[in-house]
Structures are given as structure tokens and as C-alpha cells.
Write a protein that binds this ligand. Structure first.
Ligand SMILES: NC(=O)CC[C@H](N)C(=O)O
Length: 504
């Protein structure tokens, strides 16, 4: 089990690496994280919702994502607390105190999920959350040492050396554990190292003497892995792959600005675009940052109305409508799609106490949030290009086209047409008359290689750049998972870990 001395220490990535390595070595391996807090979720084939990190780890393990791998998911929606998802379905929106009271039930669900997964596997790679040494939270822990004890796991403590203070964090974490918890710790991994690792060797001796545990490895910092990010922590601090890569690519042909909404969900929707050599994709928080964009992407949101307020308050809303008037391509996904419309209503107060609001008025559509949550994988066709797309839907809102679009008082909303249609004929998104403003409920819409290239080529043509016409950057994380496994094999004493858990 990988536990961190802080959040974002790189536990998920190490867990993914071990899933891939164990699979390469012929074991039946599955990932598990009792509880995730993330707005980056995914829908399983049976229509259940789980965190993205275990989806990547499942792929590393060669398995279909399964909700047992992440039985509890908390999706913070601020004003009204977090939406609590248990075994893939929302059980309610709870404030902290309420959730603490609910935790014994959540832990039971996690234990049942673990047992059933463990019965089918040779090895489970568990992941903790945050740090196990948060002494104020320990009494009701269900995801760190409590889970490790339940599973009888060997724990690797992961420290982020890039932040500094890594030895103090490791020693301090050990210090704050109960003796029986400390027993479970097999050793340490120092993650995100830049520089000459031989400089660290004197510290290993010290750690061994002081704590009786050794450093099992030092993993170099790597921006270039190209794996999806688990939660928005790294996106917010500008560390997500898309942003990291942007630094080198300010001059790419197509500039795509992603509005960095306070409740941004599923920003992984931009990952496939970030991999394209002719694209620079970056987050935008101010109107200025939208100025040179060829595309403005409004991503998903766990709180559409609050984020719409944020767009208004920051002046971003005005900048988006002005850009639309200049002919800039405006794309909305899920919550972003809802924002493009004329009105959004949340009569049950599911996301906030704002019961309704006007949208940006760029598409003549109306959204109403219903109590039922749509959770489904979808295949659809983009009608203009006839290219297939696939992805998943996660939303409460239902969005419909205005009967008589002339009735709208929003200047920019003109007649719109269906942009995406599913196999069974359902509408999955609309586009404005000229097609430059469009939105869809489909997360992952840009993952389809052919559609993505066709769309980028339309943008190129508009800028008088030659279309590329072939798929130059297929979106596939398989090679990245293999690269990751190689990197970790090189730098971590995986043999002694295998030995510790009884594998040969
Ligand atoms: N994933 C999303 O962007 C969800 C949009 C919105 N919060 C809804 O539930 O309808």
C-alpha cells in the first residue's frame, strides 16, 4: 500500500506503476483506494461512478475499471458540502459532520469491496489519501492505516522530495503512528527527485538507524509521463501535464484556453489535446488570458451556477461572449455546455442555493438539474464530420433546445442544431448556426483520434494553416504506463517489496 507524507506525493502514480509491473510479472493484480476526494471521476461499463486514478491503475493492471476499486468517492461542491458516492451511486450531499457520522457505513462498504476484489486477485495495490499522520482525522480514518490494518498491507511511505523537508516528514510521520501501524511500514520512497541521487545515500543510514526502515527507492521527477492526473490539486498549481507542457509550446499553432473554474470537473478532457504537437492548451483565470485563444474551452463543473457566477465576477463571461462575437471557437463540456445556454435551473438546490441563473446565452438551450444523476458510457457521432466519438456522461442536468429560438432575448443565441447524436438517436450536444459555439455532455469527446484531428484541422484551415490530415498523436496511455513501470523498476527496490508481501 502506498501512503504519502502529504497529498500529491505521487502515490497514485506509484500505485499505477506497481499495477503494471505486477501484471508484467504475471500476477492477477487490482488497484484499491477506499475513499477518494476528487472531481475527476469516470463511469464504469455498468454505469457506476468512480475516481479517475483507479481507472488508470485498472488499465495498468489490465482490468476493466470496477467500482469496487474505489468504493467511496467524495465530490466537493462547496456551499452544500460534498456529494458522497458509495459503490458508484450518490447517497447524498453531506457536510463534514454528517459525513463523519456516516463513515462507519462507508468503511463497511469499503471493506466488502476490498474483500470481494481480494478474492479474485493475487495482489491488491492499495493507495492511501493525504497522510496517515493527520492526528485530528485518525479517529475516523477509513483510507490510510485503518485500511492497511484491515488488509494486512505492507505500507510504503512516499515523500515528495521536490517540496523539501522529506526526511523530517518521513520521520515525523513514523513518530505519529501507533506502534502497530508503524509495524506495517516496509520502507520509504522519495518521489519527484531532481539531481544526483548519490547525494542522498548518507541519509539512508540515518533513516535506518533512526526508524528501522530503509529508503527503497528514489524516483526521478518526470513531467513527461503523459498520464492523467487524479485530482485538481496539480491542475490548480499548474503542474498538470497539459500545463507543464504548455511552457514549451507557447508558439503552437492552435491555442486552447481552458477556463480554470473553481469547481472544475474532469479536466482530463483536455489531455488528448495536450498531446497534439500543434496545440498549446493552458488554463485561464482572467479575461487577459483568453485574449489570444483560438479556442475557449469551458470544462465540466461540480457547481455550474457558482462557477457561472465566478465567470461573471472575474469578467471572464464578458470576455467569452466577446470572443464568440469575434468568431473564436467556444466549446463547453458538461457543466461548461450548460453555461453556454440561455438558462440553468437547479430547483432542488442540488449544487448550490442559487435556484436559477442566466447562462452566457451563446446557445439557445435550457438546463434543469434533476435529482437523478445520469451516469453512462456513450458512443455518438459528430454530425458535421460523421466521425465517431466515445466517452461518458456524469451529470444531474438535462438540457433541451428552445422550441422557438426567436423567443430568446440573448442577442448571440441564434438557431442551433444537433452536434452529436448517440446510436439510439439521443441528442448529446448542440452547435450554433455557424458551428463555432458548441457543447456536449460527453466527457472524453476529444479522445477519439480521428474526430480530434478533423476538428483541429478545421481550426487550422480557419487560420490559413495547412491541415495535417493524419493522426500524429494517438491518444493512448498504454506506452506511458510501460514507461512508468520501467522507470520505477529502475529506481525502486521492487524485489524486496515483492519479497515482503510473499511474492517470488
Ligand atoms: N460533470 C459535469 O460537468 C456536471 C455538470 C453539472 N454539475 C450537472 O450535474 O449537471
Amino acid at each position: 500500500m502506498f501512503q504519502g507524507t502529504c497529498s500529491n506525493a505521487g502515490k497514485s502514480v506509484l500505485a499505477a506503476a506497481f499495477c503494471r509491473m505486477l501484471r508484467q510479472d504475471g500476477f492477477r493484480v487490482a488497484p484499491f483506494k477506499a475513499q477518494n476526494m476528487s472531481l475527476n471521476s469516470f463511469v464504469t461499463a455498468d454505469g457506476l461512478e468512480m475516481g479517475r486514478a483507479q481507472v488508470t491503475q485498472a488499465q495498468a493492471a489490465g482490468l476493466e475499471p470496477d467500482v469496487r476499486m474505489n468504493p467511496v468517492l467524495l465530490k466537493p461542491s462547496s456551499d452544500v458540502g460534498s456529494q458522497v458516492i458509495v459503490m458508484g451511486k450518490p447517497v447524498g450531499t453531506m457536510r463534514v459532520g454528517e459525513y463523519v457520522r456516516y463513515k462507519p457505513t462507508a468503511f463497511q462498504a469499503a471493506q466488502r469491496a476490498y474483500d470481494s476484489l481480494a478474492a479474485e486477485s493475487d495482489v491488491i495495490v492499495l493507495e492511501g489519501a493525504g497522510s496517515p499522520a493527520e492526528i485530528n482525522l485518525k479517529a475516523h480514518d477509513i483510507v490510510n492505516m485503518a485500511m492497511a490494518q484491515y488488509a494486512g498491507a505492507a505500507v510504503v511511505l512516499v515523500g515528495d522530495i521536490d517540496r523539501g523537508g522529506v526526511f523530517a516528514s518521513l520521520v515525523g510521520t513514523m513518530e505519529l503512528l501507533e506502534p502497530e501501524e508503524r509495524e506495517l511500514v516496509a520502507g520509504y520512497v522519495l518521489n519527484k527527485f531532481r539531481g544526483d541521487a548519490s547525494l542522498l545515500t548518507p541519509a539512508y543510514e540515518f533513516m535506518q538507524q533512526r526508524t528501522g526502515r530503509t529508503v527503497l527507492g528514489v524516483v526521478p521527477h518526470s513531467d513527461a509521463l503523459g498520464l492523467p492526473e487524479e485530482d485538481s490539486v496539480s491542475f490548480k498549481s499548474g503542474l498538470a501535464p497539459a500545463c507543464a507542457r504548455f511552457a514549451d509550446r507557447k508558439c503552437a499553432d492552435i491555442a486552447i484556453a481552458v477556463a480554470d473554474l473553481p469547481h472544475i470537473s474532469n479536466f482530463t478532457d483536455g489531455d488528448a489535446l495536450a498531446g497534439e504537437p500543434d496545440v498549446s492548451i493552458y488554463r485561464a483565470r482572467t479575461p487577459d488570458e483568453l485574449a489570444d485563444a483560438d479556442v475557449i474551452l469551458l470544462p465540466g463543473s461540480k457547481n455550474t451556477l457558482a462557477d457561472l457566477d465566478w465567470l461573471q465576477a472575474t469578467g471572464m463571461a464578458g470576455a467569452v461572449t466577446a470572443a464568440a462575437a469575434r468568431g473564436v471557437e467556444i466549446v463547453g463540456i458538461c457543466g461548461g455546455f450548460q453555461m453556454l445556454g440561455a438558462t440553468i435551473a437547479d430547483p432542488h438546490g442540488l449544487e448550490s442555493d442559487r435556484l436559477s441563473a442566466r447562462g452566457l446565452g451563446l446557445l439557445p438551450v435550457h438546463t434543469t438539474m434533476g435529482r437523478d444523476k445520469t451516469l453512462v458510457r456513450q458512443s455518438a457521432v459528430h454530425l458535421d464530420t460523421e466521425e465517431p466519438v466515445t466517452g461518458y456522461e456524469i451529470h444531474h442536468g438535462a438540457t433541451a433546445l428552445e422550441n422557438d429560438s426567436a423567443s430568446t432575448d440573448h442577442e448571440s443565441s441564434g438557431p442551433a442544431h444537433t452536434a452529436f447524436r448517440t446510436e439510439d438517436g439521443a441528442v448529446l450536444g448542440y452547435a450554433s448556426r455557424g458551428g463555432r459555439v458548441w457543447g456536449t455532455y460527453l466527457h472524453g469527446v476529444f479522445d477519439a483520434d480521428a474526430f480530434r484531428r478533423r476538428w483541429l484541422d478545421t481550426l487550422r484551415t480557419r487560420k490559413n494553416l495547412a491541415p495535417i490530415r493524419t493522426i500524429v498523436a494517438p491518444y493512448d496511455i498504454e506506452p506511458a504506463l510501460d514507461r512508468l513501470a520501467d522507470l520505477v523498476r529502475q529506481h525502486v527496490d521492487w524485489r524486496s517489496l515483492y519479497h515482503r508481501i510473499g511474492l517470488r
